[in-house]
Design a protein around this ligand. Structure first.
Ligand code: 5AD
Ligand code: SF4
Length: 455
């Protein structure tokens, strides 16, 4: 066990003129972004400052994703690109962490291909960053820690948040669902929930600090509470969150459709603090594919849930993830997905071509569909969704909606903000409103960005 004071002193000795600079790059989902904020928090507490380019960095940390092969290929490419930089800057240390290296065999491969990497650690070792840095800076060692310490949560890690008004708030970690294509349960371990007290404490702190848009995170927020004493439910947690006073709104992801209860939808409908936005990934619109994906719901049950949600909240925006080209998916089965997308009328879709992941059951299934066919399906799906998005956006013209102002916009003198639905709106205005809610009337709608005027 190191103590942080000793490590801080060691770093001050090694970097006497200015604090060491860290470059942290996060790939992948919001869960990873949230981990990245904790990694940066630990580094800041140890005396690191941060830089925007690896060229200036004393410590490079790549926080990786494993959900699709593409993410992994990119990281390998990026690590390779550090070789000349590391040669020219002897003191520079390079670390790779997160889901990609938690996969079996990947740490070994990374070590073999890139022996200049100093530190490799998986998702479970994240809280041990100070100890691992001690080994690096005090003992000049190379460190690998990809042990599978299933089932633990470390509370109270320091945090360096990216925004001062939008925050990620993890409520659970890991996943027990084992969808047949997905590597997450293998690299993030079993599902475990933070206690309601820990979640509410963090939320109260955020609200007190002026955070206004808070996203609760979990691979399946709907099964929140499993394994905790008194098994609190997700709807109950949401109600406790909504009872916290303050000018904030809350959203959550991801909801697994198999556990999306009427009670949850009713709690959403009753509470104006909960965004009228539900990310409910369907993955496929065909029952046979859903079965092979191990999703545990049918197309009919999914559509029923959607109908209930829309009946309770007519202004709800649904979003979804869809995988095309799952092993053996026929054209007719893909058409079922297209028809479902047309029926639900999502506000936005996140679309993926199936990517085989080592160790998952789907990777062993025969997959005769050519890549070109899968690409064509993805393109067709995106075209269908673009029409829907445009139609939905145009239906907002004339409405006055609450916007959280986030940043200056692309065009001169404009600002950009987000609706409850998560859609982006641009409008003329001064930067003093950034980080605050304002009312904007929608005047024009192109596919990606809405235009409006401030009231
Ligand atoms: N191939 C393609 N997409 C995947 N996803 C998860 N695993 C895979 C895979 N092997 C998608 C799912 C999930 C989202 C986060 O990533 O749609 O909801
Ligand atoms: Fe992966 Fe399914 Fe768990 Fe989501 S619910 S993380 S898709 S296994």
């Amino acid at each position: 066990m190191t103590n942080n004071t000793a490590l801080r002193a060691r770093l001050a000795q090694l970097f006497p003129d200015a604090p060491p600079l860290a470059y942290v790059r996060t790939y992948g989902c919001q869960g990873n972004v949230s981990d990245g904020e904790r990694l940066q928090g630990m580094l800041a507490e140890l005396g690191f400052s941060f830089c925007a380019s690896p060229d200036d960095a004393d410590f490079v940390l790549l926080n990786t994703c494993a959900v699709r092969e593409h993410a992994q290929v990119r990281v390998f490419g990026n690590v390779g690109a550090f070789k000349p930089l590391k040669k020219s800057r002897r003191r520079m240390k390079i670390a790779v962490c997160g889901c990609m290296v938690q996969q079996e065999g990947v740490a070994e491969e990374l070590r073999r291909v890139f022996p200049f990497v100093d530190l490799i650690f998986g998702t479970h070792a994240l809280p041990k960053l100070p100890e691992m840095l001690w080994e690096l800076y005090e003992n000049d060692a190379k460190v690998t820690d990809v042990e599978n310490l299933d089932g633990s949560i470390t509370e109270d890690l320091p945090l360096r948040r990216e925004s001062t008004f939008r925050a990620w708030l993890p409520i659970s970690y890991g996943c027990d669902n084992f969808c047949s294509y997905c590597v997450v349960p293998h690299v993030r371990g079993r599902e475990r929930s933070r206690t309601p007290e820990a979640v509410l404490d963090e939320l109260r702190r955020l609200v007190g600090e002026g955070y206004r848009d808070i996203t609760l995170l979990g691979q399946n927020v709907n099964s929140y509470g499993k394994g905790l004493a008194e098994t609190p439910t997700f709807p109950a947690l949401l109600q406790a969150i909504c009872a916290v006073p303050g000018d904030f709104r809350v959203r959550f992801m991801t909801s697994h459709p198999k556990d999306c209860s009427r009670e949850l939808l009713a709690v959403m409908a009753e509470n104006p603090k909960i965004c009228r936005h539900l990310h409910l990934p369907v993955q496929s619109g065909n029952n046979e594919i859903l079965g092979r994906m191990n999703r545990k719901y049918t197309r009919e049950r999914y559509l029923e849930t959607v109908q209930t949600a829309k009946a309770l909240m007519p202004d709800l925006t649904l979003t979804s993830d869809i995988i095309v080209g799952f092993p053996g998916e026929t054209d007719a089965q893909f058409r079922d997905t297209l028809a479902l997308v047309r029926a639900v009328e999502y506000g936005a879709l996140f679309t993926f071509i199936y990517s085989p992941r080592v160790g998952t059951p789907a990777a062993a299934l025969p997959d005769p569909i050519p890549r070109a066919e899968k690409v064509a399906r993805l393109q067709e799906l995106c075209r269908v969704q673009e029409e829907i998005t445009l139609r939905r956006s145009q239906s907002l013209v004339g409405q006055t909606l609450r916007v959280l102002v986030e940043r200056v916009g692309k065009a001169e003198g404009t600002l950009a903000g987000r609706l409850e639905s998560n859609a982006v709106v641009e409008f003329l205005g001064g930067s003093e409103t950034i980080g605050h809610f304002i009312d904007v009337t929608i005047t024009d709608a192109t596919r990606l960005v809405l235009q409006g005027t401030q009231n």
